[in-house]
Every structure is written in structure tokens, then in C-alpha cells.
Design a protein around this ligand. Structure first.
Ligand code: HEC
Length: 141
């Protein structure tokens, strides 16, 4: 599939799922937590502090994901965060390539078996989970 087509379909499905997830966020984030431990904790740490076992070998330290609320506002702006994770925002999160491009990676790992919706779902669930572990609890935009 042409990359551009892939991204636009992917962006749409992520956006759809992320908005659904945002609505139900706070209810059940156990899936999101499971995905986080599986795909993100190696670098970002089990608690999201940026202190995972792989962190020391990276040229740039993984972000403290509990501070996303301070940076981007609460509740987390799901679309903005999804861009950082899935690789559409390559300048910030993936400038040095230490942070994997998850849109493609999750697809390769087979989360794309159900089509791009599967990937949007995984990222949406991870973001819903991240929303629950922010240091900042009060609304801020
Ligand atoms: C191989 C190590 C690694 C893995 C695995 C990883 N990340 Fe990252 N991540 C990084 C690094 C390094 C940065 C900082 C990159 C930069 O600032 O240029 C980062 C940055 C980010 C940012 C941007 C933070 C900010 O303050 O703007 C988000 C969001 C993020 N990661 C989420 C995730 C999620 C969710 C996963 C799991 C799906 C994940 N990361 C997996 C290494 C990793």
C-alpha cells in the first residue's frame, strides 16, 4: 500500500477510535495498561517515568510520560498524543529515531490484522491509560 494512503486511513481510524476511547476513559484502562507494559515500558519504565531498562542505552532519554498533562493539557488531547506515538509527528518524538514509529511497528507486529483500526485501537487504549497516570489531575488547556 502506498505510504500516504496508509497514513491517511490510519489517521482516520486512530482519530475515530481515540475519540471513542476518550469518551469512556477512566472506566476500564486495563487493556491500555497491558499494551503499555508490552510496548512502551522497556524505555519509558513500568510507571512511565522514563526509567525503563533500555533507557540507559539510548542517546536521548525517553520522556516522563506522567508529565504529558503538564505539556499538552488535561484531559490529554488524544489526537495530539497519538501523532507523537504513531509517527506522524516525526519532528518531536522521533527526531532521533530512538522512539519507534509505532504506527508501522504495531502494524508489523500483527496488530494490523484487523486492518488499521486495530492499531488505532491499541494506541487509543494506551492514551486512555496514560491519561489516568498524569501527575496533573486538574483540567488545563
Ligand atoms: C526504544 C525506546 C522507546 C519505546 C519502546 C517507546 N518510546 Fe516513547 N519515546 C522514546 C524516546 C527516546 C522519546 C523522546 C524522543 C525525543 O524527545 O526526541 C520518546 C517520546 C515519547 C513521547 C513524546 C513525549 C513528549 O513529552 O512529547 C510519547 C507520547 C511517547 N514517547 C509515548 C510512547 C508510547 C505510548 C510507547 C509505547 C507504544 C513508547 N513511547 C515506546 C523512546 C521509546
Amino acid at each position: 500500500m502506498k505510504l500516504k494512503v496508509f497514513w491517511s486511513m490510519f489517521a482516520l481510524s486512530t482519530a475515530l477510535f481515540v475519540s471513542q476511547t476518550a469518551l469512556s476513559a477512566g472506566n476500564d484502562v486495563s487493556d491500555g495498561h497491558r499494551y503499555f507494559v508490552r510496548y512502551c515500558a522497556a524505555c519509558h519504565g513500568r510507571d512511565g517515568l522514563g526509567d525503563g531498562p533500555v533507557a540507559a542505552s539510548l542517546s536521548k532519554p525517553p520522556a516522563n510520560l506522567r508529565k504529558l498533562g503538564d505539556k499538552y493539557g488535561m484531559p490529554l488531547p488524544a489526537h495530539r498524543i497519538a501523532e507523537l506515538i504513531d509517527g506522524r509527528d516525526t519532528i518531536r518524538a522521533h527526531g532521533n529515531r530512538d522512539m519507534p514509529v509505532w504506527g508501522e511497528r504495531l502494524y508489523e507486529l500483527g496488530q494490523g490484522d484487523r486492518g488499521e483500526l486495530g492499531i488505532g485501537e491499541v494506541i487509543g487504549k494506551i492514551i486512555a491509560y496514560l491519561d489516568t497516570i498524569q501527575d496533573r489531575r486538574t483540567a488545563m488547556r
